[in-house]
Design a protein around this ligand. Structure first.
Ligand SMILES: Cc1ncc(COP(=O)(O)O)c(C=O)c1O
Length: 495
């Protein structure tokens, strides 16, 4: 008989019932083949005696194992390991245990996407301060308000329908609210059928990429570009063509040239503030791009991720507000205004495209969080979103000014930059006699975290030495401390 006494170890000091510990271990022996199908198990009295536990504990354990189908009772004969369990290859106990703990390798092959692999940031300690590439400050999110509305909505009986499957286009109240909101804030002339609610802007980029590019179609992006958009388009099967980006944004003359020689399916543009360099696409180029889109029948994928953050004058209206021929796919969301974890975004396009995008979205994510969508709808209608947006805009402007003035004052010889008129980051070019790798290494020693993927800004290998330095997620004290540490980093490198 299997030596239960020597092999079962029960620990009264851990936070798991003894009867469940016993179950776990018996299951482990069955799985490892140490207790093969049809093995007779000791009676409950005997096992309790052997393990110095109460008989009721063994009985509870056996009942649990019977209900899970691991063991069975045969009248007048006793308790046995279930005879119908699949045969498992016996493995040494130690080996199978080790395998259970470390599942690094799958037992099958699958395709790997090396182009999507990114270095992870180092872990945050309390002393660590991070310069990200332009995230909002999640600490400013109106979370109490959101929680209150969310709770109120979920308490109301007539809202219980929001807990079941809903429209694949997203919550109707949010779509209605967006129709007015996007008209008032961005001049978009749309109907509900032109709106698909997504989980953030990224889902919109993905859906657009999949629908436009799967047949090795060509998409034009900037020579510097948001790397995740590049990756999304490559993943969709598209071919990337690059055009220069200067002080007026994407060079539309180069786009025209490309259109003359190749069939172009789409142009991806972060028109309000080009990612990463933060420049705004000029009015002249906006009009030119729209004309080209109509002439050559391509889609403009307008990713307006930071439309709400404009510090000098009124924001320039998106290309989508001038699109009367259905060429623009407009992508935006609330992840920057409210918080990145609140995954609510939208895709705005002609109805036929929205229908297709909704069907595609359905097979990866049936729908979003309807309660949250309804919450945001209510906040839009009550004006809370706009009030919050105005509030954070003022805070971010102060942070931008402080960050830029300290960067100029303390680190002028090393970094070249232009004060961005919007967004959440400064496009900072490092003096070419220095290297980002050295800065990254020294900064780490001083608990200053810089993005380890700084090379991703130079997908063209043009050696521009620029990175985005986000200021919005740091409060004023943190900005002072970050600049202070950066100064020390440069001193160390120079010494
Ligand atoms: C240019 C750009 N587009 C899209 C996104 C994705 O935003 P979301 O969090 O709404 O998916 C980001 C996120 O940083 C971004 O920088």
């Amino acid at each position: 008989m299997f030596p239960f006494k020597n092999n079962i170890i029960l620990d009264r000091n851990i936070n798991r019932n003894l009867y469940l510990q016993l179950c776990d271990q018996i299951i482990g022996f069955i799985k490892s083949g140490k207790l093969p199908p049809s093995t007779k198990l000791p009676g409950s009295r005997k096992l309790a005696e052997n393990l110095s536990i109460h008989r009721k504990t063994v009985i509870a354990s056996y009942e649990e194992l019977i209900s899970q189908g691991w063991i069975e009772t045969i009248p007048a004969r006793g308790t046995f390991v279930s005879s119908i369990l699949p045969i498992v290859n016996p493995l040494g106990f130690d080996r199978s245990f080790a395998e259970m703990k470390t599942k690094d390798k799958s037992g099958f092959t699958f395709s790997k996407r090396t182009h999507l692999v990114r270095k992870l940031s180092i872990s945050n300690t309390e002393q660590t301060l991070k310069i990200d590439d332009g995230s909002p400050d999640h600490r400013l999110a109106p979370i109490d308000e959101i929680a209150k509305i969310y709770r109120n909505i979920s308490k109301k009986m007539y809202n219980k329908d929001l807990l079941t499957y809903g429209s694949i286009y997203g919550n109707i109240e949010l779509r209605k609210a967006l129709m007015y909101y996007l008209n008032q804030t961005r001049g978009l002339d749309i109907k509900i059928d032109n709106i698909l609610i997504t989980r953030g802007s990224q889902m919109g980029i993905y859906l657009a990429g999949q629908l436009l590019l799967s047949n090795k179609n060509r998409v034009i992006v900037g020579s510097t570009n948001y790397i995740t958009a590049d990756n999304t388009f490559i993943e969709s099967g598209g071919i990337i063509e690059r055009v220069p980006v200067d002080e007026e944004g994407l060079d539309t003359k180069c786009i025209e040239k490309l259109c003359k020689s190749k069939e172009i399916k789409a142009v991806y543009v972060t028109s309000h503030h080009h990612h990463p360099t933060t420049v705004t696409l000029s009015a002249k180029r906006r009009m030119h791009l729209l004309q080209l889109a109509q002439h050559y029948n391509f889609a403009i994928v307008e990713d307006d991720y930071d439309y709400d953050f404009h510090y000098s004058n009124a924001p320039i209206l998106p290309l989508a507000s001038n699109d009367n021929k259905g060429n623009v796919i407009y992508i935006g969301g609330f992840t920057k205004i409210i918080a990145p974890a609140m995954r609510i975004g939208y895709l705005i396009a002609s109805k036929d495209f929205i229908d297709e995008a909704a069907s595609l979205r359905r097979i990866i994510d049936r729908q979003g969080d309807q309660l949250l969508e309804q919450t945001i709808a209510q906040m839009i209608t009550s004006g809370d979103v706009q009030r919050h947006s105005n509030k954070v805009l003022k805070i971010y402007k102060t942070r931008r000014d402080l960050f830029c003035s300290l960067l100029k004052e303390k680190l002028n010889p090393y970094f070249d930059f232009r004060i961005p008129n919007g967004g959440m980051a400064v496009w900072t070019k490092l003096n070419k006699s220095y290297h980002w790798d050295d800065i990254y290494r020294e900064a780490k020693k001083l608990h200053l975290e810089l993005n380890p993927n700084w090379r991703r800004y130079d997908n063209n290998n043009s050696n521009h030495n620029g990175v985005r330095m986000g200021f919005a997620a740091l409060n004023e004290d943190e900005i002072r401390e970050v600049i202070n540490r950066l100064e020390k980093v440069m001193n160390c490198i120079n010494s």
